[in-house]
Structure formats: C-alpha cells, structure tokens
Design a protein around this ligand. Sequence first.
Ligand code: DX5
Ligand code: ZN
Length: 227
Amino acid sequence: MTRSRRPSAIIAPSILSADLARLADEIAMLEAGGADWVHVDVMDGRFVPNLTFGAKLIETVRRLTALPIDVHMMVVEPEKYLDDFAAAGADVLTIHPEVSPHLHRQLARIKELGKRAGAALNPSTPLDAVREVASDLDLLLVMSVNPGFGGQRFIAQALDKAARARRMLDDARSPAVLEIDGGINRDTIAAAWRAGVDAFVAGNAIFAAADPRAEIGALRGRCAEVA
Ligand code: DX5
Ligand code: ZN
C-alpha cells in the first residue's frame, strides 16, 4: 500500500536581511542553496514602523531569478499597489486583513491579476479574521513576530495558532499553503513543521549564518527529521 508523503518544507528566505549592495549575488546564493521562494517584505511606515521596498525592487528581483516571489504587503490600503506589484512580477501577494476591510474583494482582485492570493495575521489577530474566506486563500501567513523588523524573537504562542490554522484550512478544504514568518531558525522550525506549517520565511537565520547557502538545507533538514 502506498501512503501519501508530506511534501518537503518550503523555505522562503526574506531579503530584508540581505546585503542589497550585492543583491544579485545574494539571490544567486539563495538559488544555489536550494531556496524555494524569495520573500519580499514591503513596509509602508504606517501599518508597521519601518519602510522598505516597492514595485521597483520586486521588478529587480524578478530580473534576477525565476523562483516564485512571495510578496508580504505590510501596508495600509494594499489595493493601491496590487496592479503595480503584479506587473512587477510578484507571484504571491499577501495582504493583512487588519487593514483590508474588503478582504474578499481584495483577494479576488489578486486572483484576477493572475496571482496567488494570501492573507497574513499579526500575532494578536484571531483566525476568525480569515475564517469566512479560508477556501479562497492560496496562502495563509501566521506571523510569529510583530511585523516590522527582521531578527526578532519567535513568539511561541504562534505554534498553537498555526496548528489551529491547519485544522481550519483542512476543514474548509482550502488549498492554501500555510506559512509562518518571524524568528524562524534551527531551534524553532521543527515545532512549526510539526504544527502543520508548509512554508517558512527566514531572514536573519539565513543571512547571518556562517554559511548562508548551507543554512537553507539545514533548516529544511530539521523538518525532514520530524517528517
Ligand atoms: C517581519 C517580516 C519578516 C522578517 C523575518 O516584519 O515580515 O519576513 O524579514 O525575519 P527574521 O527571520 O529575521 O525574523
Ligand atoms: Zn515577511
């Protein structure tokens, strides 16, 4: 009898922690290390207390890699940027329901643009914020830090939330990938995998590692150990 095997962990390095002066080299390093996606953190200084990138950077990353670009939009009024980010070459556009009152419509718009639609939840935001649209999601991102900065400490309560998110998606027969973001490293990733997480964003753990390229495989390996 054949049993269906769980696919291996999706590793999505966040270029928030990359050396942007060497972006082409950093992306080549991620590819060589076997990264699955490239995670781009867009921050507007309003939803979160930090400023980062926009469409121009997404377009640059698009020219540098064929890997899926996973855009995490930490911005108010995300609908203002969907068209530009889609045109720039994003593959996944993830918005925060905390600042998306018309979430159903906004997710539909992302799909209309031919992109995968994601929703991201801050640590204090309940799963109920996305329950009614669970079957419409291509991705659900559970934040394991308060968004705004790389290198923060993993909030352990995110594990229980991720496990509940997994059940919610399964119950809704949602095709969504379950992703976690913030403080993911060799010590935290296995527990998140055990909770049912599919995709792991990691910034500091990869870019500050002695051997960033090897760290990608090391993180994935931690999940394989508890497969
Ligand atoms: C946090 C961002 C994260 C961040 C993760 O606001 O959404 O994607 O870059 O960085 P680490 O892995 O360093 O916590
Ligand atoms: Zn992120």
